[in-house]
Write a protein of this length. Sequence first.
Length: 481
Amino acid sequence: MSAQVTGPRTWQFTAGAATAGLALTAVVVTAAGPWDSSGQRTAERDRAAALDHTGGADHGRDSGTTEAGPKPAPSAASVLIGLGGAGNTVKSAPTGPALADVLGPLLKDTALGSSRTAAVVDVATGKRLYGSGVGVAQTPASTTKIATAVAALSAMGADHRLTTRAALEPDTNELVLVGGGDPTLTARKDADGSASLRDLAAETARTLKKDGVRQVTLSYDKTLYAGSELHPIGVDENLAPVSALMVDEGRTNDTTSGTAIRVENPAEDAARKFAGFLEDQGIRTTSPGPSKATARAKTLAEVTSPPLSALVERMLTNSDNDLAEALARQTAVATKVRPDFAGGGTAIRAQLKKLQLPVSGVSFKDGSGLNREDKLTANLLTALLVKAGDPDHPELRPVLTGLPVAGFTGTLTTRYADGAAGIVRAKTGTLSGVNTLAGTVVDQDGRLLAFAFLASNTPGKDAAQTALDRTATALAACGCR
């Protein structure tokens, strides 16, 4: 049976098809921001406008997530029905043989190296539609972050926040800056929704002055995490030393994502900046050193991170390694496992097993995917995405909302310029010789599909990425029956 493909080439999409895909994927992700009044993401609205079609209203930076706002994401089945308002507007899922006709030749592209695996699953039913080596564990690179996200949300809940506090030890005037593992804590003037170290210092100073204290011995506590702070890859601009206390991910410049030179000791750096802000408020401090807050220490002030749902979205959209490693350790803390690199991996795997996901043969050595010893399967990656759409697990919905959108957000911003922009949502993965892609796509019949493509021993990054993008685009363009 030959596959039915709409249009003369799989890289070409009509404005109408693209807008229809955006409308469906918008409904899929209605559990977490950013919101528009219609439930359609701002980026998708912009894409639709570019195609001369109307979209949702732009709300600026206001999420609009009030009780009167859109409700949590519905199940995949009702999403499919909701596309046209009636169940008969969405056709049946594509068939395996037809998908094989389309995807098989594309996955044989030599740009994808000597080892490649793939899976495609119908999100509405959980049925696998296509598979090639689905149970073979391969190096997943940053698609590991999908697993980290699911584990963290499952262990802590979408509303969980990370707290940084200042605590005063009784009778000693020792002020301890206690790290809660929030890498998004910021020292910048514009906190942009993140917890502000400046605000923490200001509130701490007000409380100290109220009690007549104008000078303190300053310490910092980073003991929430254990083990080495240095990732096995060593010093690297992709990741700061993993500390329970840091500001702005230990970056030495004004960037908020991507690579950057990092400070050697993030906790000491944070404490020194805190000291500076205290002194600006009239509180003198000593040079900070390491300590551990006692149970008798009185909390003077605290700041909290955005909810875990927002942290997960940021991690996935920007492929944020610092957040990924923090969430792996937070998962370990929440499940009472030693919070180091090994413990984070153990905790992730345990949470996925608890969710009855297929973890046979998989291995987690970190939370970010920077470790080449991580091993995941296409079977697990697609199962993670389907689980994130499960109506019984609304806490996992940010895994879908955080996926980069082809053509205009995160790590897919510059990809799919001539392909399925706005229709493919996927997490990328790139290491030398390793290229992966896993996410969701709306096919030409309006079916929401989860896919995972993993390639190893690839001869070149750019050619491999193009081959993966071409494969995902073909999946979107396919009626495949």
